[in-house]
Design a protein around this ligand. Structure first.
Ligand code: FAD
Length: 464
């Protein structure tokens, strides 16, 4: 590999090689995990390249292929399992210069991969009164391409499911890494070859996403003395077809009082809460529903003063992985898991077994039409062994864990090869230049996921 020869072929495409800046841009939020922090802290690329057009992406990938330089694509770098960490060094491909919204229709939007999700919503709201169906809680920073390649769902998933569902991504335009890079259009089920593949088998340059009607969503916090009452209420809200909600998230005490600093004046010590975003048309019905469930309305943004609203972060920035981020700012021994609890009884059992070692945080989502308890519980971390034990306790009790303490696609997901993604990598990245080390099936096809060992990418040693 010759990074110098690679760079010489890039013409006037912006490059950055100041080691301090390159190191900053070689990081995502991998430090959410103490396990990944120990493994990935030393990782850095050698140069950051920032193409401004699809043609420039092709120029970069042509040179990368020719000179054997690893390419790690990056949006805003908010992924939190090391997806955008350049395990083999090489070049970071910063996609944030490609940030245009190309076309807006009432029910869909076409944009470049570096478009920031919040900015996309501003434009679509203004043009046609529509917004993205769902977005990660990193809405204000995250890019469209990064969300599709590294994320799964978020605020709005209680109604619209996740990125994996057919119809959640209408089309992708990608560039391959070959002697002569190609532009390929993927639609229908083919988008799943590249969605949530961490950029290992194609660089997304454009995406078309479906839109939903936009509302002036109202932030609401409801308090309950017992967490299981909060969880029951959250499930009931998500199941109420007439209530138009975008976010429903029960958080167990002491999460709110300990970590939701700016909302503290509205909270009651010892209470668990349910965070909700509701459309104005459903606010009165929601208030009635809160009464029926004997909850306490702790905060309603529609009754707050302008000054209060200015001082408070939006409620979605208390939810999803922001819940953990707020805790980490106060207590750096906190980490988290990603789980799925098949029923409320599973939630109850895990809460009873693990107590305050696992402060419970759930996101209500819809998966294949079923309202589901998607867990993002915090973990009071003591050791890697205990973390593995907590994972085992979940699995032994019939709950799924998507391990966020692994940087590979398979180990963080379903612990098995995605053959469609692997086959597409053979076609689109025959030399394995794109984000090396993230797809076990490519690097080590014989790896046994059931042997109970974490896979370690050899290339990691080379960048020490
Ligand atoms: P990056 O982190 O830059 O990249 C993510 C992955 O995509 C990497 O593997 C990268 O190599 C690849 N990639 C980036 N751009 C491209 C491209 N153009 N083509 C191909 N591959 C590409 N995730 C959720 O799903 N839901 C949430 O609610 C959520 N909340 C979060 C809250 C916090 C506080 C944090 C830190 C993370 C959260 N995440 C969430 C994870 C992450 O923020 C999102 O997935 C986000 O959408 C990633 O966007 P990004 O632009 O930062 O991508």
């Amino acid at each position: 590999m010759s990074v110098a020869d690679f760079r010489a072929e890039l013409g006037d495409i912006p490059q950055e090689d100041n080691p301090r800046i390159v190191q900053q841009r070689s990081r995502d939020h991998y430090w959410y995990s103490p396990v990944l922090k120990a493994k990935l802290d030393h990782v850095s690329a050698e140069v950051v390249v920032s193409p401004r057009s699809t043609e420039e992406v092709k120029t970069v990938l042509r040179a990368a292929y020719r000179h054997g330089v690893a390419i790690t694509p990056r949006g805003a770098g908010t992924g939190n399992y090391g997806q955008a960490m350049p395990l083999s060094g090489g070049a970071m491909l910063n996609m944030m210069n490609m940030d245009k919204v190309i076309e807006i229709k009432r029910d869909r939007v076409l944009a470049q991969a570096g478009a920031v999700l919040e900015k996309m919503d501003h434009e679509t709201r203004e043009a046609v009164g529509s917004e993205l169906r769902f977005h990660p809680s990193t809405y204000r920073m995250a890019s469209l391409g990064g969300f599709i390649a590294g994320g799964s769902g978020g605020v709005g998933s209680v109604r619209w499911g996740g990125l994996r569902n057919l119809g959640s991504i209408l089309g992708l335009k990608i560039v391959t890494c070959e002697a002569e890079p190609r532009e390929l259009g993927l639609v229908g089920e083919d988008v799943l070859k590249v969605a949530h593949a961490y950029g290992t088998n194609g660089i997304i340059v454009e995406a078309e996403m479906p839109l939903a009607p936009a509302y002036d969503w109202i932030d609401v916090i409801v308090g309950f003395d017992a967490f299981m009452d909060a969880a029951r209420f959250a499930e009931a809200v998500a199941l109420q077809d007439g209530l138009l909600v975008k976010e429903v998230s029960p958080c167990a005490a002491p999460i709110p009082e300990a970590y939701f600093n700016r909302h503290k004046p509205y909270l009651k010590d010892g209470q668990s809460v349910v965070l909700i975003m509701v459309a104005p048309v459903s606010m009165d019905s929601l208030a009635l529903f809160v009464d029926h469930h004997k909850g306490e309305m702790r905060y309603r943004a529609d009754l707050a003063t302008e000054d209060e609203k200015r001082r408070l972060p939006p409620i979605y920035e208390l939810a999803w992985n922001h819940t953990t981020l707020r805790a980490l700012k106060i207590d750096n021994s906190i980490t988290y898991l990603q789980t799925r609890y098949p029923t409320i009884e599973h939630v109850r059992r895990i809460v009873e077994m693990l107590g305050d070692e696992l402060p419970m945080h759930i996101e209500m989502t819809r998966q294949d039409g079923v309202v589901t308890f998607s867990g993002l519980p915090m973990v009071r971390y003591t050791s890697e062994e205990r973390l593995e034990e907590i994972i085992r306790i979940h699995e032994d009790n019939g709950c799924n864990v998507f391990n966020p303490h692994r940087y590979t696609l398979e180990e963080g997901g379903m612990k098995r090869t995605d053959h469609k993604q692997l086959a597409f990598k053979r076609e689109a990245d025959p030399k394995g230049m794109l984000n090396p080390g993230k797809m076990v099936a490519w690097e080590n096809p014989d790896f046994d996921f059931n042997a109970g060992k974490a896979w370690l990418f050899d290339g990691l040693n080379a960048v020490r």
